[in-house]
Design a protein around this ligand. Structure first.
Ligand SMILES: Cc1cc2nc3c(=O)[nH]c(=O)nc-3n(C[C@H](O)[C@H](O)[C@H](O)COP(=O)(O)OP(=O)(O)OC[C@H]3O[C@@H](n4cnc5c(N)ncnc54)[C@H](O)[C@@H]3O)c2cc1C
Length: 500
């Protein structure tokens, strides 16, 4: 019997993983990617001898202790890769010379917080107890099937039931609300900078717990090598990837997805189409908004997105061996705030890659920073290329002036500055409004399950961050696996996967 064919739109992590699972289950599979390389948002690029990593801080599932590890093995991402686990999440400094080390270990964290702000003891104990709760919270990760999966889910529900109130409490608390419980300005900043204002604290606590359990390490070499490994796995299984292939429309015949039309006018037929590209573009452009219901409309009308960011990569001709190695960097208050894209920025948090020597030549270091910034601002500015470039240049200079306050002399050591804006993210990956991780995980949508199909359209599936609030690389592999399982079920075959 001839193999059924699947077209996957997008070679980001979700598209590549969908391709691997499709091949493992005997489907003829072609991935179409508009860019010239795999990875989508999970990428890195070379600039003047440095490698700027545009993504990874931590990979949930880096160690076998986490259920996701098995999925990463199935798609060939973790084999042969070295991960490092850092015990410090962030370091924060204020202008009075105080410093706060945000440990992932609850005992160390509690001691550090109490020493800094004994007057906040009640809020500190409550927060650290939240971390202790998250450390014991171990939901199923989708690595098991059949009876084993049912037993695991049952066991987890039995564990959760008596703890539902605590779970709900943390799920319903945002960073903005938590910050208000602290009086110490440095601790307030630490809570504020942990993540975004509307983000549910439960997911921040879960991240701290994964880091502490050494299940979410940083992969030496960074993002792109991981994506090349999954691409290789897909190719070795007989899959095909076409780069420079931008999908314009999804073809529909008799209520079934039947293939795609590319921007160059070529049409490619397939039995099944999986879109692992931007959700908004898929639903409202490639399918002209014809396959939506009220819940999909409400989602795209009301859910919050991860905001636009200005992403700044710097190559510095010096080492930082005395600076602590931390997951997200050292945040310091500026004596004189700087203006960035019309907004006053009072502190900078460079992530110093002094733990990955592969990113810079010997004796040199890569730093990176992310600063929240409005997509609308940059979209408008981009219409005037000279003004857009001038703004980027001014931001680079302002940031280096800011770094000079913390590391005097650094301006003469900065050899490379690379700046990406929300428009850059949009142009390179097609993500709606330049969002770098899709839907924000808020108290209201944190537990929502997004359907991987569209109403009225057969043989069509969606994978990736737009069908999994919170996004991240795990959402890529998990949704990819789920849609191929759904396809296998619809085709009446048993889903299989293996580790090579
Ligand atoms: C600065 C930053 C830090 C991050 N840190 C982490 C982290 O530490 N850990 C973590 O797990 N996650 C992190 N993420 C998030 C993670 O990178 C994303 O959530 C994830 O990579 C999204 O994968 P995806 O496959 O769903 O989507 P994408 O990566 O957006 O892939 C979609 C692909 O589809 C292609 N495409 C779009 N439209 C078309 C079209 N019309 N035709 C053909 N191809 C098309 C795009 O070019 C792209 O390659 C970070 C992201 C950023 C930007």
């Amino acid at each position: 019997m001839a193999e059924k064919s699947i077209i996957v739109i997008g070679a980001g992590v979700a598209g590549l993983c969908a391709g691997v699972y499709a091949r493992q289950n005997g489907f003829n599979c072609t991935i179409l990617e508009m860019h010239t390389q795999p990875g989508g948002l999970c990428t890195s690029w070379r600039r003047r001898g440095y490698i700027v990593d545009g993504c990874i801080h931590w990979l949930v599932g880096s160690s076998p202790a986490n259920g996701l590890h098995r999925l990463w093995q199935e798609v060939g991402l973790v084999q042969g890769r070295r991960f490092i686990d850092l015990e410090i999440f962030q370091v924060l400094e204020d202008r009075q010379g105080r410093s706060f080390t945000f440990y992932t270990d609850p005992e160390k964290l509690e001691r550090e917080m109490l020493a800094l702000a004994p007057q906040d003891a009640a809020a500190i104990r409550e927060f650290v107890d939240g971390l202790r709760f998250a450390l014991k919270f171990n939901p199923p990760m989708g690595d098991k099937t059949g009876l084993a999966a049912a037993l695991e889910t049952g066991g987890f529900l039995l564990y959760l039931l008596p703890r539902m109130r605590t779970f709900r409490k943390w799920l319903g608390t945002t960073s903005a609300a938590l910050e208000k419980r602290f009086s110490d300005p440095l601790l307030r900043r630490a809570i504020r900078e942990m993540w975004l204002d509307d983000f549910s604290i439960f997911f921040v606590l879960s991240t701290l717990a994964w880091l502490q359990r050494k299940e979410a390490g940083y992969p030496i070499g960074g993002s792109l090598p991981m994506m090349h490994a999954v691409e290789e796995r897909f190719l070795s299984l007989g899959g095909q990837v076409r780069y420079g292939a931008q999908v314009e429309k999804i073809l529909v015949e008799g209520g079934r997805a039947a293939g795609v039309r590319l921007a160059d006018g070529n049409e490619l037929k397939a039995d099944i189409v999986i879109s692992a590209a931007d959700g908004h573009a898929t639903i409202f452009d490639m399918l002209d908004g014809k396959y939506v219901d009220d819940s999909i409309r409400a989602m795209y009308d009301t859910w919050k997105l991860f905001p636009g960011i200005i992403f700044i990569g710097l190559g510095v001709n010096r080492t930082f061996e005395l600076e602590p190695q931390s997951v997200v960097g050292t945040s310091f208050e500026l004596a004189k705030p700087i203006m960035v894209a019309g907004r006053e920025v009072k502190s900078l948090c460079p992530n110093i890659f002094n733990f990955d020597p592969t990113l810079a030549p010997a004796g040199k270091t890569v730093m990176r920073m992310e600063i929240e910034s409005s997509y609308a601002y940059w979209k408008q500015l981009h219409e005037n290329p000279a003004a857009y470039e001038a703004e980027k240049k001014a931001i680079g200079e302002a940031v280096v002036r800011g770094l000079e306050q913390r590391w005097p002399g650094i301006s003469s050591q900065v050899e490379m500055i690379d700046i990406a804006t929300p428009v850059t993210f949009e142009r390179y990956t097609g993500n709606w409004k330049g969002s770098f991780e899709g839907w924000l995980m808020t108290p209201s949508n944190g537990m929502a399950r997004v359907k991987k199909t569209l109403p009225g359209l057969a043989n069509f599936y969606m994978a990736g961050q737009w069908v999994s609030p919170g996004g991240g690389l795990p959402s890529g592999v998990m949704t990819a696996r789920e849609v191929v399982q759904m396809i296998c079920k619809a085709e009446g075959r048993k889903f299989t996967t293996r580790i090579d």
